[in-house]
Write a new protein. Structure first.
Length: 276
């Protein structure tokens, strides 16, 4: 099972130097995947959770590809409706080639209504636009003379039935976000039902889970949250269930965390030491 890290590409502590240090730390600790988030316009609804500065994912990952050598690079997730499908096809294929085949493209529908309005994108059509983008990417990438060879994995994010159906129809993996164990089990059941309805195999499992290590065990928690034993237990469970990859998300929710990345690095080092 691959283990990745969602690196904060936003907030008051984020800068080119900080992103470089994050990348070198994550790769140095032996993680398999470095992923970043996506927003284009930091509207008030975005800024409440992910304040400026916000580093655009393709630009950021292209630069980080040059300061790393082994680790895979990805988006968790690219908001599909924000860009023309052919622009995404071009940027993703170029990044994949320039990084030596290291790109994983996570896509999702998005949630920030004010940001959609600022970009002139119809919020209520975001599911349809996401479906169209994934189909267009697959079609464009068939032209290997232009876009290059080597399949770029597409991870489909989201928990709705529509998102799960999209993952089954078009995705290489289903990329869930910060679920509890019970919500994870329920979503897996729905994913299996939808897979049977579509007559298609289950996509690979690539959940993104919170990483918050506490001194004492927690009774109510999401996966990846709790004392070391609970967090490692979640990773063991996901591996036993056949997860292809797990992305650890050390950003708990306070933008001030980006000013002290050492806290997250310590938690990540603990996971690397304890999980075998």
């Amino acid at each position: 099972m691959l283990i990745g890290v969602n690196v904060p590409n936003f907030g008051p502590g984020t800068s080119p130097a900080a992103l470089r240090d994050w990348a070198r730390t994550v790769e140095g600790l032996g993680f398999d995947l470095l992923m970043v988030s996506d927003h284009v316009a930091v509207t008030p609804d975005v800024a409440e959770q992910y304040p400026a500065p916000f580093y655009e994912p393709f630009t950021t990952l292209s630069w980080l590809a040059g300061v790393t050598g082994r680790i895979s690079l990805g988006t968790t997730v690219l908001i599909a409706p924000y860009r023309h499908p052919l622009l995404v096809a071009r940027m993703a294929a170029n990044l994949h080639q320039l990084s030596g085949g290291r790109l994983v493209l996570g896509v999702g529908v998005g949630w920030a209504e004010q940001e959609f309005a600022a970009l002139g994108v119809p919020f209520r059509q975001r599911g349809k636009l996401t479906d169209e983008l994934v189909v267009a990417l697959r079609e464009a990438w068939r032209d290997e003379a232009d876009y290059g060879s080597g399949r770029i994995p597409i991870w489909v994010g989201g928990h709705s039935d529509g998102a799960l159906r999209r993952a089954v129809r078009h995705g290489d993996a289903w990329h869930s976000l910060r679920l509890t164990r019970s919500a994870w089990r329920e979503a897996l059941s729905r994913l299996a039902r939808i897979s049977e309805e579509e007559g298609k195999p289950l996509p690979a499992l690539a959940p993104r889970i919170l990483l918050r290590i506490t001194e004492r065990p927690l009774t109510e928690r999401r996966m990846g949250e709790g004392d070391v034993e609970q967090v490692i237990g979640d990773l063991v469970l996901l591996r036993e269930q056949g997860a292809h990859a797990v992305v650890l998300d050390p950003f708990v929710g306070d933008p001030a965390e980006t000013l002290e990345p050492e806290v997250a690095w310590h938690a990540l080092a603990t996971v690397r030491k304890e999980f075998r």
